[in-house]
Design a protein around this ligand. Sequence first.
Ligand SMILES: [Zn+2]
Length: 256
Amino acid sequence: MKSKQQVESAAIVLECRDHGESDLIVTFFCEHHGRLTGIAKGAKRSKKRFVNKLEIFSSLRILHSTPQNNRLVFIAEADLLNGFLTLRENISCYTTANVIREFILLATKEIEGDDELYPLLIWAYHSLNTGHASLPVLILFLIRFYAIIGYGPQLEICHQCRQQIHMDRSYSFNISTGGIHCNRCDGTGAKPQIQLSKGTLKTLTAVLNQPLNRLHRLQFSETSQKEALFFLHSYGRQLFQREIISWAFLVDERKH
Ligand SMILES: [Zn+2]
């Protein structure tokens, strides 16, 4: 039963750690509250209420106390919506889901909702869980993710002269300015530059202009996939000014 001070949220489990003998501290990414950390009292004892639910990547409906700044909420109940089991059982799914998790944790603060980020996260985990190739899912996720958090790489106009990019050849992307350079301005920007071929550039741009349910129609050649991953990783490191720790464990399933 929901009391007056309680709120119901759809949420993905991002982190889960022991607290004392019987409690768990859990960080979620919620549909309307964004990142939220709460305590599940007695979760390690009460099999019925929480067992198999408070696990990383799980999609839940939780009943919790009203969020207030920098305070743990009390998790009263949790219902499993989707355990996303493949994400824990398949190595390439797991490592990709983990990179996505790290980016969400890096970019979000407590109780800061975003109407676009939650559906994107669900889309990515659902795609991995239903057998879509993991590295393309990561590329599609990241390009949308950067745009949603307000730091989308500028791919359609030249960073320097603001002219439209024609995408008729490869272009260099300047990681430190977050923009691309056209033919005329090429080479005048500061290092480091990353080459993006026209195929990669076109696909990455298309990712931003498609609804989520059509993203899987976009295909990446092996070269494009490599280029895009290198680009998105370098861009993320520059943006957050730190290494993305889980990136080193990514597995390319085509090599297995
Ligand atoms: Zn230019």
